[in-house]
Design a protein around this ligand. Sequence first.
Ligand SMILES: Cc1cc2nc3c(=O)[nH]c(=O)nc-3n(C[C@H](O)[C@H](O)[C@H](O)COP(=O)(O)O)c2cc1C
Length: 189
Amino acid sequence: MKTPNADDACRSTASLALYRETMGRLAGGISVILSGTASTPRGMTVNSLVSVSLDPLLLLFCARRESVTARTVIETGVFSVNILSEQQMSASRYFSGYCDAPSTCEIAGMRDHIWIKETVGSILCSVETAHRAGDHDIIIGRVRDIIDNPSRPLPLIYHDGRYRSLGPACAEPDHGSLSACLPLAVGAA
Ligand SMILES: Cc1cc2nc3c(=O)[nH]c(=O)nc-3n(C[C@H](O)[C@H](O)[C@H](O)COP(=O)(O)O)c2cc1C
């Protein structure tokens, strides 16, 4: 039997096209990273947003090394994460460079931060740290404030290269109701 060595483990036989296609099947929400000022905002659409830590509150997104927005984020040290609603597809298209400025995308600002109005929620961050990873940078932000939207609009979804709306919930109990059941189930055993 051949013992795997480090070289074998590092070599990739996966094609870029199949990798992109496979990752494209991972459905997810869309956010816009915003930095700069209300008069000269810099923004980019991302689907690489990940929550990292609860204590302290940290999140990350990944940006191409050439990203102008990521450069602004690093230079200014502050940014906002704007989780888009299903009404905000034009903002996603605009901040990914696919169309002219949408008429419906309003930007608000307070002190160092700017954010997009009427999102599912906007998270105001300062840059905690940044790491190089291949042709991207991983930018980790510390959460400073959250702009909540009490009207709870549904999120915009991206899957297989297309924008979509959230479908109906599955019949199975969600995590909220499941964890509410667990102590009862354990107690009954
Ligand atoms: C659905 C979607 C998700 C995207 N996610 C990312 C991402 O996570 N990271 C990234 O660097 N670019 C991503 N992009 C591409 C950027 O939005 C695009 O390159 C943008 O023009 C970058 O702007 P900038 O150079 O001004 O920063 C995504 C585009 C789309 C349409």
